[in-house]
Design a protein around this ligand. Structure first.
Ligand SMILES: [Mg+2]
Length: 297
């Protein structure tokens, strides 16, 4: 059910509009001036505003400007309802963000049709926005583990490198992967492999700070971005994760270990040189026997 706010300084006008709308399934809210209107908007979710132009103190145009400048309310359609019908007022109404302009006296059928149309457009707009943000979320999230995917990693990584360089802050990376992951899929089936990846992501995330970003690199490989973290702290973090993981028992029966490569951003680094170094450290950990942490500076 839609919530409609009627703003008019004259009670008779509010009554007139409310009479037309009452046959329909709307929740009606009323305000006698701009301040009352702001108050209603603050306390409720309003879907449409019917706004008088001529009001003492703050007129409808000024009120609309205030409403449109508020992030929460800026998308609420505003229909001006007024006896004023000069060109200048009509132009002004659209200029301040109104979607329609209805002059009194109006024909009921036309009035209600315009109200419904604008409610519908606003509803569709909201739906589109929700879908767009869902798509964005989907495009940046790994579907299995629900952590950021490589695409998202790239944008976080580039951003963090910029910040570190500008503010001379340290930045570290941890690359890690599951030792002999193939055996999970080969011995127990892919669904067990999936569970291992999901549970591992959860465990690692629970051990990290809010500012750290765990991302899925692909397959059984993960990467963690650690802002404001030196090589020493990153090494300690990786060691802690390594121990934590080796003590995990997934589904009360499966155990696993991981190998870790650590590196820290240094002078003259590019994103790819930094990334390659952390990846090389991971290879070193693999070659040196797995279930261990290697640092390359
Ligand atoms: Mg008035």
């Amino acid at each position: 059910m839609s919530n409609i706010l009627i703003v008019d300084d004259i009670a008779k006008n509010i009554q007139l509009i409310a009479n037309v709308l009452k046959e329909f399934n709307y929740n009606l809210f009323f305000a006698r001036n701009a301040y009352e209107a702001y108050d209603v908007l603050e306390k409720n979710t309003i879907n449409l505003i019917l706004l008088d132009v001529m009001m003492p103190e703050v007129d409808g145009f000024s009120a609309a400007k205030v409403i449109k400048s508020n992030d929460k309310d800026k998308d609420i359609p505003i229909i001006f309802i007024t006896a004023k019908n000069d060109d200048e007022s009509i132009l002004k109404a659209y200029e301040v963000g109104g979607v329609d302009y209805i002059t009194i006296p109006f024909r009921n059928v036309e009035f209600i049709t315009r109200v419904r149309t604008h409610l519908e457009i606003a509803h569709l707009n909201q739906k589109l926005k929700d879908q767009a943000s869902a798509m964005k979320e989907l495009a940046s999230t790994d579907t299995l583990t629900k952590i950021p995917n490589r695409l998202k990693f790239n944008s976080i990584f580039e951003y963090q490198i910029k910040i570190s360089k500008r503010y001379k802050k340290s930045l570290s990376l941890i690359f890690f992967d599951i030792d002999f992951f193939k055996k999970f899929n080969d011995n127990y089936g892919h669904s067990v492999g999936d569970i291992v990846l999901i549970e591992l992501s959860k465990k690692v995330n629970s051990c990290l700070r809010e500012a750290d970003a765990l991302c899925r690199w692909g397959g059984e490989e993960f990467v963690i971005i650690l802002p404001e973290t030196t090589d020493v702290t990153a090494f300690e973090t990786a060691q802690k994760l390594r121990e934590c993981i080796s003590k995990m028992k997934i589904d009360n029966k499966y155990t696993l270990t991981c190998s870790f490569g650590v590196s820290t951003l240094k002078e003259g680094d590019y994103s790819h040189t930094f990334l390659t170094r952390a990846d090389d450290a991971l290879y070193k950990a693999k070659n040196n026997g797995r279930n261990r942490v290697e640092v390359l500076l």
